[in-house]
Design a protein around this ligand. Structure first.
Ligand code: GLU
Length: 280
């Protein structure tokens, strides 16, 4: 028998939640709760000035309105020390290197587009970073691969995946302004929170190659992943507030029934991933 899953919804409080977030939260909730598992809410609030902590309460009100039940786990802003400690470990092992390049310098160096933005061409790795300028720290993907050897991770829908760091290259693990990037923070948090099934949208599929690599480097447990298809707007675009899709808060305040909306989203989810029930 399968063990009950621990899943999570990990929104960044950079803007209101919209229908795509609701779908993601419902997917993670429904994979955990009916089978006696745990559904966690983690607020990913380390995005510097873009982060608006006051939105966390709005997110909770949105989830309750959808009829979901969850457990709160500590927000990322309370976990900076654990990120810094992991970064120190990686530094001591020579697996990350300082990089002072700006985005325009990276573009000027002829970087190619990867699955998560530009693939860093390794400028600071080869010439050394300028000590007078603020530095981010990047994973040396080549050294990482030499240490981990080939790795596999498993997506519940897409099946086994060979971890491929070339899709993202030498990604930033420590930002210039923060002790962690999304990739480092989320990998450490999912391990600390005991997440066993990382449920999130297919737009983050590529990031899981990096997260699997970090788990191997840092000796962290390896979960399974479930990347659900994205809910698209009528024009085929990803749903986002900036493209005019109404926020959950606006729908809630307008008096819409959140539980009815959640049921409609469950039907859509079922159409988006008809084989999910059999594979999870
Ligand atoms: N915080 C991320 C976001 O809001 C989600 C991260 C994840 O699910 O791994 O897009």
């Amino acid at each position: 028998m399968d063990c009950p899953h621990v899943t999570r919804f990990a929104p960044s409080p950079n803007g209101h939640l919209h229908l795509g977030h609701a779908l993601s939260a419902i997917a993670a909730h429904d994979l955990a709760r009916p089978g006696g598992g745990r559904f966690l809410l983690r607020i990913e609030d380390i995005d510097g000035p873009r982060s608006r902590p006051e939105l966390a309460d709005e997110f909770r009100a949105d989830l309750a309105w959808l009829g979901l039940e969850w457990e709160d786990v500590p927000a990322q802003s309370t976990r900076l020390a654990s990120y810094a400690a992991a970064a120190e470990t990686l530094k001591a092992r020579g697996l990350i290197y300082p990089c002072t390049c700006t985005r325009s310098e990276i573009e000027a160096a002829g970087a190619r587009e990867g699955s998560d933005g530009l693939i860093y061409p390794g400028t600071c790795k080869h010439r050394g970073a300028d000590p007078a300028r603020p530095a981010a720290w990047r994973l040396d993907a080549e050294k990482a691969l030499a240490q981990t050897g080939p790795l596999v991770w498993e997506d519940a829908l897409a099946g086994p995946q060979a971890a491929d760091m070339s899709l993202l290259g030498d990604i930033v693990l420590v930002r210039k302004d923060l002790p962690a990037s999304y990739h480092l923070a989320v990998t450490l948090d999912d391990a600390a929170d005991g997440v066993t099934l990382v449920t999130r949208g297919a737009d983050l599929f590529g990031a899981s190659h990096v997260h699997r690599t970090l788990q191997a480097l840092l000796g962290l447990p390896v979960p399974r992943w479930h990347h659900h298809p994205l809910l698209l707007a009528d024009d085929g675009q990803k749903l986002a507030k900036r493209r005019g899709s109404p926020s959950l808060a606006a729908r809630r305040e307008a008096g819409e029934d959140g539980r009815v909306l959640a049921q409609q989203l469950r039907v859509q989810l079922c159409h988006l991933e008809p084989d999910a029930a059999a594979s999870i």
